[in-house]
Write a protein that binds this ligand. Sequence first.
Ligand code: CUK
Ligand code: CUA
Length: 764
Amino acid sequence: MKFYSKLGGALLLVALISMTVSSFAFAESNLQKVMKERGLTEKDVLAAAKTYTPTGGRDEYIVCSSGGQSGQIIFYGIPSMRILKYVAVFTPEPWQGYGFDDESKAVLAQGRINGKDIVYGDTHHPAFSETDGDYDGKYIFINDKANPRIAVIDLHDFETKQIVVSPFFKSSHGGCFVTPNTEYIMEAAQYAAPYSSDFVSLNDFNEEYRGGLTYWKFNKEIGRIEPENSFTFEMPPYSQDLSDAGKGPSYGWGFNNSFCTERYVGGIEKGRPPYEAGCSSKDTDFLHVTNWKKAEELVKAGKVSKLNGAYLITMEQAIEEELMFLIPEPKSPHGVDVTPDGLNILVAGKLDSHAWVYSFEKIMKAIKDKNFEGTDPYGLPIIALDTALDRSVNVGLGPLHNQFDSEDGVVYTSIYVDSQITKWNYRTGKILDTIPIHYNVGHLMTMEGDTKNPDGKYLVALNKLSIDRFNPVGPLHPQNHQLIDISGSQMELLYDMPLPLGEPHYAAAIRADKLQPVVRYKTGWNSRTDEKSEFRCRAGREKVVRDGNRVHIYGTLIRSHITPETIEVYEGDVVSIHLTNLERAQDEVHGFAMYGHNVQLSIEPGKTASATFTVDKAGVYPYYCTEFCSALHLEMQGYMLVMPKGYKAEEKAIIDGEKYTKADYEGQVATNIATQDVINQVVGFITSHNYKDFPIVVHLVEDATDQLGFAEEAKGKSEAAAAKGDFQNAMLWANQWWQYQVKTADLGLRAKTHLEQNGAKKIK
Ligand code: CUK
Ligand code: CUA
């Protein structure tokens, strides 16, 4: 007996193995066939296996990339390189209703300059908020180079909440870089300009034009920048470029490089040599070193005066209080990056082939010993290069930016002219590896690569040119983000991703598990101020409030209708439509678009959004929901009727297009009873399981309960009409009763599926 069972087991095993082998062989031959047909090498297939993410799969890292001239930011996943979302920041974006609803218009209005709406931005450097030098997943900041502004994006809903405008600068590049606890967001000027908004001749450039560096105070509790607690360092009219904040031992200090310390102002139209000649004639420019910790104390002690309504630390004060120092750096440098341990500052040469490694310790010693080689024309002390430098390393032609590896001392530098990434060690000066890039890389990014604890693993090269990498789409090419595996000793190219939007300058990657965004708002929420909207509306409380020609309409949205379904206003009225999405189910967004009024809202579950406009022409204006939200989405519609002034709505009953009989009504009721049986079965399934342990299901059940309540109401109206022998209305209400049942069933089935797929347990 034993023997037989043993034999049986062995036979079964053999059968299983041969099955596995044959199915494996089958898969293999298929794979080989596809590889052959598509001309793929084994290396390609390996790269695909490292990036391919099957349906429903998640990425390990989420990237926030600048969207360049689009004025937006872009989120995508790594390693899949799938784009997840563009988030509107400085530019109106209709899908998100940004710049179309009143709430987001108020955010954009914060970014007005000299009273003008500025509806685009040139976003360069996103920065995640940090706690103790590590990303905390709470906020992201981005600068606008063209119009010196900073925006705050809250990662709990990925929406732009605030825009602040520099009170001094006319451009800004060296932002956003945050201090290790997001005490401040650094923003440096780029093109020197007068601090006033008046005309000042270029002949007065040296005396009247100024650069600068602002430390914007960030309040982490409320998630907003506090301009009133921010301060700016007045700087010489050198073109301040990138910035970085010190960390660890260098905490409390900030670093900025610069170009065109020649202070050349061009003028080819007057026969003068152009900017590029005059701005690169000297061999060195200046690294600016600022002590923000000490400056903060002066501000708090009331020792800093204001200009243009904001704190300004003049150069005179900075010299006097020993707050700012200059150190020569290679000709027209670009990136400046503080090492994860905070001990070194790396500067990339751009017009030089070296990366320069400065020592924070040496800088501090020179400051302490007052060991300066002189002063610049503005009296700022200069620390000699030799005094501050650990080493310079030949990394290739045109180094731009640096990012760090998880391995101590290892750094990656983007090499623009040579189109490559160089991996090297800043402690030893040894070059470890290089990889060619397609083509002309700008920034590069490693996973959490500018924090105290970089993760290594992957690197993205943000390439300026894509040339021949993609199918041609006209003279304006997409940009190319190339994903590189840096987990081994040799870098390996994995994937090319075209980015069809603006020129992304910098990007930052955060571990996906640090992000915990919400799926819906509290009902009646103004998402831009993050408080209850004064215009929120509950089901059944929809109303119209008129005061003279000012009309406020309080409405709601829930599958599948917009309440109100008819809006009657008069020519010349100023109308505000406030809509609250009553849904609680995940992803049940409704939109709202109206003919001829530039209205397009995106109203996510719980959100209240408003559109204000003047109706200056009598007419008929259909509106509808723009998100395909249910099978009866197309029926989510209505009319705004703009009546001529003085028009009296006639007492004319609407004649229905279709006539119904008692038989129609009874047929519909029979359908409804059958539908209710289905609903009861689903309800039975849900309530016999531990559905309360699944928040998504709880929300679905809440929504379904609402819908069922509406169904009851409609049922009552239908029965009342039938009792009076009014089968026209009885049939219409019976149909509405069924519509609510369908929505209930839809929600219930979604809940049931979720429970089945996620291992819900039977409780009774
Ligand atoms: S910048 Cu564009 S490649 Cu604005 Cu940081 Cu260097
Ligand atoms: Cu709501 Cu379509």
